[in-house]
Write a protein that binds this ligand. Sequence first.
Ligand code: PMP
Length: 422
Amino acid sequence: MRQPLVSTRPPLDVTATPPSTHETPPRTFAAPVGSEASAAARRVGSSTVRDLLRLVGRPDVISLAGGLPDPATFPAAEIAAATTRLLATEGATALQYAPTEGDPRLRDWIRARRHARPGDDVLVTHGSQQALDLIVRATVEPGDAVVVADPAYVGAVQILRLARAEIIGVAADGDGLDVDALATRLADGLRPRLVYTVSTFHNPTGATLTDERRRHLGALADRYGFLIIEDDPYGELRWTGPEPVAMADCSERVITLGTFSKVLSPGLRVGYAVGPADLIADLVIVKQAADLQTATFNQALIRTLVVRPGWLDAHIDRLRSTYRARADALTAALASDLGDVLTCSTPTGGMFVWATFTDPRIDTTLLLDAAVDHGVGFVPGAAFAVGRDLRRSARLSFASVPPDQLTEASARLAAAVASTAG
Ligand code: PMP
């Protein structure tokens, strides 16, 4: 287990603090509060994506920046009814502390839904983000190499920086992580502790790792002894094409993360990890230290909803058709407004379009200012870059914007591009 981050800081000398007066504020507060942060915490940096979420609130900007589910899809009435029922039937236990591992009946449901392997166990976490954090804390020593796709999910990079991992970006394309490139790096001596992959409807590119690449990646894990984290928040949001082979069927060295954030509500903050029982046992100990357990009430609430036969699948079907119509509207509008200067991914699920300008002079970080002036927001590709130059690219999320607004967003983007030309 790595050293606590705070151990690198000298203890505060409280005796040196002058008395507080209106004229001389206490010295401990005179320096910016951030100066107390450990070196690792300072290196993390704020997530550009979360910073851009402030655009979401501006009425004059159509924001394609956030990866937020559409609030209109939240099953608020069902949640209200289930809350009343839960308090009446299980109030005493649902409002109480509970085991770190999670609600036993919810874990059983997750085990079945995720086709857990015989030696697997399930840990319920505070969103899948916490599952990732727990795995990294349990397995990574400072300086350990961890492979991520480049471009990468920003939330994973933040966790890895905090753990002082050596982050190794391996290029990803329209078929996901370039596993051949990873194989070359491994043959050259790279020995990662972890390979982190969002293999289905990747954030930010929307790409899905092909079955061939999944099998190859699994074989590499077996050969070189690294652990694969398959982070899968978007896999259920598929509206066309065959389901890919599960990463967990490609190697024993796989832990799969899932979440109720994209299919029910992110505000409930319930996610999970499914993986080898001995690894899950380690995560349970780290989670005990982190927060004791995930909110008992939220777990029980979700369980009462998802165990109703067919309810979740019907709900997800509605999400799929909503998101499909939006993806189609956005890609069609972009093709007609910007088709000569922009290439776009064609989503078959998930929440994102990855767009790349053909003109090498376009820098989407610079374009963003003009775009916001024209009333549209997105996330510049550079925000997701590990080592690659992604200045020509951008992530556009269609999930929380109705089709007519997406059409308007595309027109505004085209106007912004035209305003910067020449
Ligand atoms: N992984 C990926 C790839 C994500 O895009 C997100 C949400 N943006 C998460 C994990 C975290 O999701 P949550 O903690 O809400 O389950």
